[in-house]
Design a protein around this ligand. Structure first.
Ligand code: PEP
Length: 236
């Protein structure tokens, strides 16, 4: 299983050291743990986890490979900072920075070229779910994002937009329907995580669902005891 923590724009160096030490000292699992801190915390997290089975990733990378793009960080720089992963297309990037599927496609190509594994987020809005467009939306996102991208070099996170940071988790049957669809779309060649208000109380049930290869956790990943409980999920 893959248990991924999206720390978003949180934590100072001191807070990050304290959180990562608590997590690292209490992990008792063979699951793959991926931590996505802010760019400024990558080196700190890397240093504290270098002996352990915790991998580090960035929360985004530039759509350009290098050059005059002030404030941007390239895929090559992300890799060079010690990361193996990068989140792409998170709904907060789409919402606040108007990121499109075409840009996510370009970023995914650059990430793979730099030997990073992109964790690509897709998902429908509440309006789209209410009007029965979920599968259509997912298909359109996959069609564009995966144009000339080898899915087996990526991980997908199905994150219904309405479930992120809201305390609303998708129902098991809703998760199963979308995960089955994505699994079939790629003939079983891609790992699919669920994300959206995963916490220490619902994680075991979600992780046991068919075609769920792990979870992407936001809020609950900032609380050591909650994240440790989620991460220590035992595979049967
Ligand atoms: C996320 O940021 O990807 C996420 C799923 O957040 P939360 O767990 O807080 O809903």
């Amino acid at each position: 299983m893959i248990i991924a923590a999206n720390w978003k724009m949180n934590l100072t160096q001191k807070q990050a050291v304290s959180l990562i030490n608590s997590i690292a000292n209490n992990l008792n699992t063979k699951n793959n743990i991926l931590i996505f801190p802010s760019f400024t915390l990558i080196e700190t997290v890397k240093k504290l986890t270098s002996q352990k089975t915790i991998f580090v990733g960035a929360q985004d990378c530039s759509v350009n490979s290098s050059g005059a793009y002030t404030g941007e960080v390239s895929a090559e720089q992300v890799k060079d900072s010690g990361c193996n992963y990068v989140i792409l297309g998170h709904s907060e990037r789409r919402k606040y920075h108007n990121e499109t599927d075409l840009q996510i496609n370009k970023k995914a190509k650059l990430a793979i070229k730099s030997d990073l594994t992109p964790l690509i987020c897709i998902g429908e809005t509440l309006e789209q779910r209410k009007t029965n467009q979920t599968i259509k939306v997912i298909k359109a996102q996959l069609d564009e994002i995966y144009t000339e991208v080898d899915a087996s070099r990526t991980i997908i996170a199905y994150e219904p937009v309405w479930a992120i940071g809201t305390g609303l988790t998708a129902k098991n049957e809703e998760i199963i329907e979308v995960h089955n669809y994505i699994n079939d779309y790629f003939s079983g060649k891609v790992r699919i995580l669920y994300g959206g208000s995963v916490n220490e109380q619902n994680s075991d049930e979600i992780l046991a669902l068919k075609n769920v290869s792990g979870v992407l956790v936001g809020g609950a990943s900032l609380v050591a005891e909650k994240f440790i409980k989620i991460a220590n999920f035992l595979q049967k």
